[in-house]
Design a protein around this ligand. Structure first.
Ligand SMILES: [Zn+2]
Length: 252
């Protein structure tokens, strides 16, 4: 099979890796800018700006968050040692870009913090949302997962070119003092703007408990409202955020 052949998304991906949640990103790194739309705009947050670098990561030079850039270099060294042919095929469609997730009004893309990268295989980008992936990306994903990065093939809308620093890895960076400022890490929470397999699981659970919502893995205003209603019913603060108490009450 060639690196540019299309194949199905493998069943076992992102084992033990959670995509980074909006609450985690916003608390630990701050909001990259005050407003977003669908186009790339620059970072305006001053502390975050200082963490953005342009560096050589092996197959190419790229601009992103310093600790994420260091991770990429480590990932690509391993790819080169284990699969030189794949390494030679790697290219990118970019990393840092402050914008909303495509098709969303509420989700800030993790590209906004420079912690996500879109990968090309022999100059080819995988088509988003067709449920098929380039073989080269399938071969590449375990190297990213091993470093604590999440593969976008698992998003509600399949996004296989996309890899991003996972929630636990972001917390590790923060714990190691790499963000250079003292904030307390938030408890793990799902909130408006999040997407991915955990949101899908939450929606299935809400439906099991009587809600009737579309299971699309996107935490939008409908999911937010349903979580709030559930919390009110259980005597919890109806903030629409699934923190530990709400998760427990939901049986997640
Ligand atoms: Zn992306």
């Amino acid at each position: 099979m060639s690196l540019n052949d299309l194949t199905n998304v493998p069943a076992d991906i992102n084992t033990g890796v959670r995509n980074a949640k909006q609450q985690t990103m916003l608390t630990l790194l701050g909001n990259p800018r005050s407003s977003y739309d669908s186009d790339c705009q620059p970072v305006t947050h001053t502390t975050l700006k200082k963490l953005i670098v342009l560096e050589d990561v092996g197959p190419f030079r790229i601009t992103g968050l310093k600790p994420a850039i260091d991770d990429l270099r480590a990932i690509f060294i391993r790819v080169k040692m284990n699969n030189p042919q794949l390494h030679a095929a790697l290219g990118t469609a970019g990393m840092l870009c402050c914008r909303l997730v495509r098709g969303s009004q509420t989700s800030i893309s993790n590209h906004s913090w420079g912690t996500a990268i879109d990968i090309k295989i022999n100059d080819q980008l995988d088509r988003r949302g067709d449920g098929k992936v380039l073989q080269g990306l399938v071969d590449l994903a375990p190297f990213f997962n091993k470093q604590g990065w999440f593969w976008g093939a698992d998003f509600g809308t399949e996004d296989s070119m996309h890899f991003e620093v996972g929630d636990d890895r972001i917390r590790e960076f923060h714990k190691a003092g790499l963000f250079g400022h003292a904030v307390v890490a938030p408890e793990f929470a799902l909130s408006i703007g999040d997407r991915g397999p955990e949101v899908r699981h939450l929606q299935e659970r809400l439906n099991f408990l009587g809600a009737e919502m579309k299971v699309d893995g996107i935490f939008g205003s409908a999911t937010h409202a349903d979580v709030g209603a559930f919390q009110a019913e259980k005597g919890l603060i109806p903030d629409g955020i699934v923190g530990p108490k709400t998760a427990e009450a939901l049986g997640l």
